[in-house]
Design a protein around this ligand. Structure first.
Ligand code: SF4
Length: 250
């Protein structure tokens, strides 16, 4: 049972509460997985780079032709950015992404014989590959325990209170400490889905499986966010007002 110690909780929930909350979220979003289409680690690396500031659905529309023309790092390393640009234009930032993809492929060939290395430091050393992208590829395509933290994970984890930090690296560390390595990638996928479907910037708390544990909900932050956005307040509130070290039951 989670405890709301005060209205401005600064520390994440204890590990046992974090695991229980993730279990409830996994029940709400069973079989959470990346929604990017891929068949090799290289393809997932390309798709994840393309997914920056773009929906997975849109990326999945362009990648079949990208993968057909450039099935591996050696093929893509021979391409020029202008060759890729028309293929990926609809994903946005296509010039920067084209340069990132060709540079990344060239570095893979030069440093790793064209193979995607199963190592966070080697991956983040590639042009255009940040820590979140590296963790997506490690966790999904290479079987290395990893916990990607994107904007959804950052928002949802902080709202609930299972993490307390603005820095994605710190949130990754807080969640990784609370969960077992084999749970990391599913936890990330689950939080991402929850952020896309329920805990959106304007959250749908009435549909949320963990609202009785959610710090954002219990402290009235949701209502303040609604007031600021001009949205109507709900007629009833499911959780009683908390005072002091109140305990909540589901
Ligand atoms: S209760 Fe609302 S704010 Fe909290 S996790 Fe659920 S949807 Fe997000």
């Amino acid at each position: 049972m989670a405890r709301i110690a005060d209205r401005e909780r600064k520390r994440p929930y204890p590990a046992a509460d974090t695991r229980r909350i993730l279990t409830a979220l996994k029940r709400q979003h069973p079989n959470a997985d990346t929604e990017l289409d891929y068949s090799t680690p290289f393809e997932l690396l390309v798709a994840t780079i393309l997914s920056a500031q773009c929906t997975d659905e849109r990326v999945n529309r362009v990648t079949p032709e990208v993968f057909r023309r450039y099935p591996d790092a050696r093929a893509m390393a021979r391409a020029r950015p202008v060759d890729l640009e028309p293929l990926i234009m609809s994903t946005g930032f296509f010039r920067a992404k084209s340069r990132a993809l060709t540079s990344m492929a060239a570095a893979l060939v030069e440093r790793h014989a064209g193979e995607v290395p199963p190592n966070i430091d080697a991956l983040t050393g590639l042009p255009g590959v940040g820590r979140k992208t590296a963790n997506v590829v490690l966790g999904h395509a290479l079987g290395v325990p990893s916990l990607p933290v994107d904007r959804h994970v950052l928002r949802v984890a902080n709202r609930i209170g299972i993490a307390r930090a603005e820095d994605p690296g710190v949130v990754e560390q807080q969640l990784s400490t609370a969960l077992r390595p084999k749970e990391w990638i599913v936890a990330s996928d689950t939080l991402i889905l929850h952020g896309r479907r329920i805990c959106r910037p304007k959250p749908l708390c009435e549909r949320c499986a963990v609202r009785t544990d959610c710090h954002f909900y219990l402290t009235g932050s949701v209502e303040r966010a609604r007031e600021e956005s001009g949205a109507p307040r709900p007629l009833t509130r499911a959780v009683p007002k908390l005072t002091g070290r109140a305990r909540t039951r589901r």
